[in-house]
Design a protein around this ligand. Structure first.
Ligand code: SF4
Length: 150
């Protein structure tokens, strides 16, 4: 799929892209909390680490550094980090090593949701697990394939 490019992405795109990621984090946190507070804290720390990893690595060297990209992170990155060596949008080769930590953001709470369903069935957990699957697959696919960077 071809990724959209703008000098500064429209606000609606930034909101749409981040709402998918935030919904995954929120559902993930809820499901992990069902296993216990320690698991919720572990998941929250993992999500923070993922964001830090992206900002301190890819975003610093991105041509959108200091600008409003699809995720708005080009601007956010410039608040915390100095600029790295330039690299055009989408020039980075994406390997499994890059994407597995991303998948884990959905897969870890998915495992937690399935565990909760086995332990004690709940319609709410089932709906959240379904939403997580949709957001982590179709939602992330559209956002990263059509709207923002991969
Ligand atoms: S386009 Fe992607 S890599 Fe570049 S600043 Fe935005 S989120 Fe970071």
């Amino acid at each position: 799929m071809k990724t959209s490019t703008f000098e500064n992405f429209p606000w609606w795109m930034v909101a749409a892209c981040n709402s998918v990621a935030l919904a995954i984090y929120a559902i993930g946190l809820y499901l992990m909390a069902g296993l216990g507070a320690v698991w919720a804290v572990f998941y929250a720390a993992y999500c923070v680490w993922m964001e830090w990893r992206l900002l301190s690595g890819s975003c610093r060297s991105c041509s959108y550094f200091g600008k409003r990209c699809g995720f708005g992170k080009g601007v956010v990155c410039s608040w915390f980090f100095s600029k790295g060596a330039d690299r055009p949008l989408c020039a980075k080769q994406i390997s499994w090593r890059n994407v597995i930590p991303d998948f884990m953001v959905s897969l870890i709470p998915l495992g937690a949701g399935i565990t909760l369903l086995i332990r004690s069935y709940s319609w709410l957990v089932l709906v959240l697990v379904g939403a997580l699957v949709l957001l982590g697959s179709v939602g992330s696919g559209v956002v990263r394939g059509r709207l923002a960077c991969r």
